[in-house]
Every structure is written in structure tokens, then in C-alpha cells.
Design a binder for this molecule. Structure first.
Ligand code: SIN
Length: 332
């Protein structure tokens, strides 16, 4: 065994051993870092996880939740998981492309008809395989969590794709999203979620795309006079942990955490459904931003411009994965 490998194994043992040893005797503290507000599907899910773990597992485990990028933004959170600095994160599916290209399927524009189709795909054998796709790299997916479909906000009304031409949009760190805005002849800038409000407020960018819940909870609608209800993409999450940490837990502690996570995700998904409706209406009622409905003809134009992006990513993602996602649009 090489010297470097021995050093790496010793380092990982130093990072993760405390959890196995402490699990049997003293209290352990688990950190859950995320980037959104507490009153969002993910924020509520993380707090529910804390509540369930602490009430069910008693003094054995304390969970600390860090919302609003207090600890890490999403790109750094995955590294922090691998280093053992935090134990749970739930980045959007758009932010995993350094670890697997297959999850890019979730970013393909106009792929899923609605959230029910997303749910069917995630429960399918292909969706479940994707949860495990990063295990060789040290990340274990514990479950999917919904937020909602994406809308495009801007400083001027976007009714047809040509209206977006030449405008600057913030995107998440995804090459698919970059290609999507390239197809519109728009400029895209990859920036962390924590910077979006200021970029919009200072007019450093013209627009962005996000779910109703993220737009409302971060007040993007207060600095963006128009939101096109395009439902063209998806904000959805994978709750992840470090494989090393997870497999190193003693069996009954891991089973308790797994059950608490499943229950918290079920709750978070219920909140996602409610918030998509509530936060959309709250934005309309605020009268700070005009919500633009697309006619069928206008919508067809967006689909025609954006959909060709699929072909560019087909070999990275895998044709069978895209076909399985498409099949989920058919109701059983
Ligand atoms: C999130 O919902 O976690 C953040 C989404 C974004 O980066 O736009």
C-alpha cells in the first residue's frame, strides 16, 4: 500500500471514527447546511429532520441546521460533506455535474410535464439508480426533495424567446442551463444563490430563473417587474450525505436517521406542493411584479427554441435515462 494511501485512510478514519465511537456512548452533532430560507420546502424539511431526530433518538444526536448559505454555498457544501465538516446537504439537482453528468437530465428544458411526472421518474428504477450514482465518489443520495417548476423573471416582459435576446441571466452551475440560455441568444452567468438578489437589485443582471418559493422567499419579485410563467424547468433536490460517514454509523443509529429523513422529505414534499400555489399567489397579490401567462403559441416558441438543447447532452446523460424521464410523462 502506498504511503499516500495510508495517509488518506488515516485522515478519513480521523474524520469519521468519532461518529461510530460516539454513537455508542456520547452525543454526536450532525450539521445540515443549505442555501435557502427557512420558510421554503427545503428549509422546512431540514428543520423537520432536526425535530424528528432529536425527539426520536433522544440525547444521542443533536442536529444543527444552517440555512441561507450561513455555512457554505452549494458548490462548497459537497466538498464540506466529503471532508466531514457537515453531514447533510440538499443541493439542487443542477449542482452535481462535477460528480455525475447523468443528473443533468433534470435540467433539460420542457422535459417533465409536471411535478407528478418528476415524482414518477424519481420512483422508477432509473430514478433510484441515479440516487446511487455518486457513491463511488463518496456521496450517497438519501432521497429526492421537491421545490417546484421554474419561472423566468426579468426587468422587461418576456413573452417570446426573442425578448430574452442579449439579456443577462443568472444561472446555477449547470452547463445545460448555460446551453438553454445560449439557445435564446442570451448571456448566462453562473453565480451562487446567495448573490442573486443583489445582482438583480443593482441591475448587474437582467433576470434569473427559479421556483415560486425561491422567488418569493428571497424577494426577487420586489426587484424584478416581470415574471413569465413558463414552467420550463425544475428546481428539485437530492439530499446527500458522505458515504464514508453513513456506512460508518452503527446500524440502529443509521436506521433511525434514515427513517427521520424519509419522514422529513415526505413533509417537505407536501410543503412544496402548498408553497408553489401559495407563493405564486402571494407574488401576484404583492403587485410588485406582473406574472405573464403565455398563450399556447407563445409557449410553443419557447419549447421550439429550448428543446434542441437535449441532443447536445444526450451522450453525457444517456439516451435510456432521457427516455425513462420522458416515459414518466405518461400517466400509468
Ligand atoms: C435552492 O433552491 O437550493 C437554490 C436554487 C438556486 O441556486 O437558484
Amino acid at each position: 500500500m502506498s504511503r499516500n494511501l495510508i495517509q488518506l485512510i488515516s485522515l478519513l478514519a480521523m474524520v469519521f471514527l468519532p461518529f461510530t465511537e460516539a454513537a455508542a456512548s456520547e452525543q454526536i452533532t450532525l450539521k445540515f447546511s443549505h442555501v435557502v430560507a427557512e420558510n421554503t420546502p427545503k428549509g422546512l424539511m431540514a428543520n423537520k429532520f432536526k425535530e424528528l431526530v432529536e425527539s426520536r433518538l433522544g440525547d444521542r444526536v443533536k442536529v444543527e441546521v444552517f440555512p441561507n448559505s450561513q455555512l457554505f454555498n452549494d458548490d462548497m457544501a459537497l466538498e464540506a460533506l466529503l471532508l466531514g465538516d457537515i453531514q447533510f446537504a440538499a443541493p439542487t439537482l443542477s449542482k452535481f455535474s462535477h460528480y455525475t453528468r447523468k443528473l443533468q437530465v433534470y435540467d433539460l428544458p420542457f422535459l417533465f410535464r409536471d411535478m407528478a411526472a418528476v415524482e414518477r421518474f424519481q420512483k422508477s428504477p432509473t430514478g433510484q439508480q441515479l440516487l446511487k450514482s455518486m457513491e463511488p465518489l463518496g456521496l450517497t443520495g438519501l432521497g429526492y426533495l421537491h421545490n417546484g417548476l421554474k419561472q423566468i423573471s426579468a426587468d422587461s416582459p418576456l413573452r417570446v424567446p426573442a425578448d430574452a435576446m442579449g439579456k443577462k441571466f443568472r444561472i446555477m452551475s449547470s452547463d445545460v442551463l448555460r446551453a438553454q440560455f445560449d439557445a435564446l441568444d442570451a448571456i448566462s452567468i453562473k453565480k451562487p444563490f446567495s448573490e442573486v438578489f443583489t445582482l438583480l437589485q443593482t441591475k448587474a443582471i437582467d433576470g434569473q430563473e427559479n421556483s415560486w418559493s425561491n422567488i418569493y422567499s428571497k424577494k426577487f419579485h420586489e426587484v424584478q417587474p416581470f415574471i413569465t410563467e413558463s414552467n420550463h424547468g425544475l428546481v428539485d433536490y437530492m439530499v446527500v450525505t458522505s458515504t464514508e460517514f453513513w456506512n460508518g454509523l452503527d446500524n440502529d443509529l443509521r436506521a433511525g436517521l434514515k427513517q427521520a429523513m424519509e419522514d422529513a422529505i415526505t413533509y417537505g414534499n407536501q410543503m412544496a406542493e402548498q408553497k408553489s400555489v401559495h407563493d405564486r399567489q402571494a407574488i401576484i397579490d404583492s403587485e410588485r411584479s406582473e406574472v405573464l401567462q403565455l398563450s399556447d403559441r407563445e409557449r410553443d416558441q419557447w419549447v421550439n427554441v429550448m428543446e434542441p438543447v437535449w441532443h447536445k447532452f444526450e451522450s453525457d446523460i444517456g439516451k435510456s435515462v432521457i427516455e425513462a424521464a420522458l416515459a414518466s410523462n405518461n400517466t400509468p
